[in-house]
Design a binder for this molecule. Structure first.
Ligand SMILES: [Fe+2]
Ligand SMILES: [Fe+2]
Length: 185
């Protein structure tokens, strides 16, 4: 396969398909949506969309392979390096950028390098747009608000989340109703 992003996706797909169906659904939707949002943000910010998109596909790889969230960003960075090196189609510099983005992606309240920030923001968009009837995760709220401004989104529906479906008040940010605690990091 000559398209290295598709080659990588094929490899990740096979790992996801070993999971239980409800986990596979989560990982397919989450990893692909983060990858797409990385593409969008890279275009917007003038960075390499393929590199950003690749980081999105890999960012929770340690959760896929081990089922644990503990230090998954750090271990995921190491795992990403191994996968990309084994593919023999990425330069050392590209691998370093992707590895660092994966390594830093859980630190949403800190600011790192531009590709790291794209990945964190894409992760936040994926969490926050999954279902507008779920509240935005508290630690994601500040980034999400900035992203809505950056992307020119003025719709109140994207902000007023948390319980509209069951008639509860529209508190903007509160602990999220998690479908799976392990999947929300
Ligand atoms: Fe994630
Ligand atoms: Fe994560």
């Amino acid at each position: 396969m000559s398209n290295r992003l598709e080659h990588l996706r094929y490899t990740i797909d096979r790992l996801i398909m070993k999971k239980q169906p409800y986990q596979a659904r989560y990982f397919f939707t989450h990893l692909y949506s983060v990858s797409y949002f990385c593409t969008l943000l890279a275009h917007r910010r003038g960075l390499d969309a393929e590199i950003a998109s690749t980081a999105g596909m890999l960012h929770d790889i340690y959760q896929v392979t081990t089922g644990t969230t503990e230090k998954h960003a750090l271990h995921g960075a190491e795992e990403s390096e191994k996968i990309l090196t084994s593919m023999q189609s990425y330069t050392d510099e590209e691998i370093e950028i992707i590895k660092n983005a994966v390594k830093h992606h859980s630190k949403k309240r800190k600011i790192h390098e531009p590709y790291d920030e794209i990945l964190k923001d894409a992760d936040v968009l994926s969490h926050s747009l999954y279902n507008v009837n779920y509240a935005v995760i508290e630690k994601d709220a500040e980034r999400y608000e900035k992203l809505l401004v950056e992307l020119g989104c003025t719709s109140d529906e994207l902000r007023e989340t948390g319980g509209k479906a069951n008639g509860a008040s529209n508190t903007r940010y509160k602990p999220r109703l998690n479908i799976d605690e392990s999947c929300a990091l």
